[in-house]
Design a binder for this molecule. Structure first.
Ligand code: PMV
Length: 329
């Protein structure tokens, strides 16, 4: 097949933080979730991906100036195979990605990377997918990437179909419609964390897993309602409950799975003390020791101050809510 002229495109997308967590799959190969989830997209923490289809024999990936190899390369190449199948192309591609998520930020950038890649690769292949189709595609790279196609508050539907065509994210509320902050406490972790992929596979063997999945529907309803009413307390309490229950599932697995460090626990207590003293601030924790706190702009400085001197916290920074994936002209 000959390579058309404009076979290159660049796109960027931001990371997102789940408020109602995705933790368990109904189909591992298709990245289909066992339950829905709700997230916020963060401003300024993103990945820009440039994709160019060209003559040649193999795909090439340069991630933040370093050539990808091994499993990382295989995973990216398999994702491009999906794009090629979807777009009816067969040329290999050259992909360069650049992250604005500091490596040391402890925030997985795979959601932003696969969302940016889905958009850039389909455009480079000459196709304009709508946001829903992009979300379904991005999901195949990394489940949470389905949500990074959109900005603000986003819900990713579990879907019912075996082929996953109805498991896409959709926007709930624009980033500009509710001014909130997510304060991140970066906690150093001596051991390399278990990936979310491996973590959720293992957690599914926990006797607590069925109860967790059963409870997600209630958390989703509460979070959706709280977002519609701009009710920070109701949303924050739901988010905290979802995160702590998700981590409790891992504690019940054999062998146990615990992502927290001492500083993670201390941050929780600091935020609870702050809340008892009148500041609306709520914790969420993903597959790592980092603590993320949802609060309103007026509470940001108090949250930062409460977390900064916790022993083991390396850095504290705050983000506004961000927009969805977009093509870079
Ligand atoms: O999309 P993955 O495979 O990186 O899994 C994400 C898992 C959590 O971050 C812990 C929860 C979530 O909903 O993002």
């Amino acid at each position: 097949m000959s390579v058309p002229e404009a076979a290159a495109a660049t796109a960027r997308a931001n990371v997102n933080v789940a408020l109602v967590k995705y933790w368990g799959k109904r189909d591992a190969a298709l990245n289909l979730p066992a339950a829905g989830s709700i997230s916020v997209t963060l401003d300024g923490l993103g990945v820009e991906a440039r994709v160019r289809f060209r003559r040649g024999t193999t795909d090439r990936f340069v991630i933040d100036d370093a050539e990808a190899s091994g499993d990382e390369r295989r995973r990216l190449s398999q994702f491009l195979d999906l794009v090629r199948a979807e777009c009816g192309r067969d040329e290999p591609a050259e992909v360069e990605t650049r992250s604005t998520v500091p490596r040391a930020a402890g925030l997985a950038s795979s959601a932003a990377a696969f969302a940016a890649l889905a958009l850039a690769a389909t455009r480079a292949a000459g196709r304009r997918l709508d946001a829903r189709a992009l979300s379904v595609l991005a999901r195949r790279g990394s489940g949470s990437a389905a949500r990074s196609i959109f900005g603000g508050f986003v819900e990713w539907q579990r879907g019912e179909r075996a082929d996953g065509a109805d498991s896409a994210a959709q926007p709930l509320l624009d980033a500009g419609a509710w001014d909130l902050r997510v304060v991140v406490a970066l906690v150093s972790s001596a051991r390399k964390a278990v990936s979310s992929r491996d973590g959720m596979t293992h957690a599914a063997t926990s006797p607590l897993y069925p109860a967790w999945i059963e409870g997600v529907a209630r958390d989703l309803t509460r979070a959706r309602d709280a977002i519609a009413r701009r009710d920070l307390e109701a949303l924050g309490l739901t988010a905290e409950h979802s995160a702590l229950t998700m981590h409790a599932v891992g504690l019940g697995a054999e062998p146990p799975l615990l992502y927290w460090r001492a500083a993670t626990v201390e941050c929780l207590h600091r935020i609870w003390a702050l809340r008892a003293a009148g500041t609306s601030a709520y914790v969420t924790i993903d597959a790592g020791p980092q603590v993320k706190v949802l609060c309103d702009p007026a509470g940001e400085d108090r949250v930062r101050a409460a977390l900064t001197d916790v022993p083991g916290v390396e850095r504290v920074f705050a983000c506004k809510l961000g927009g969805g994936a977009e093509v870079v002209p």
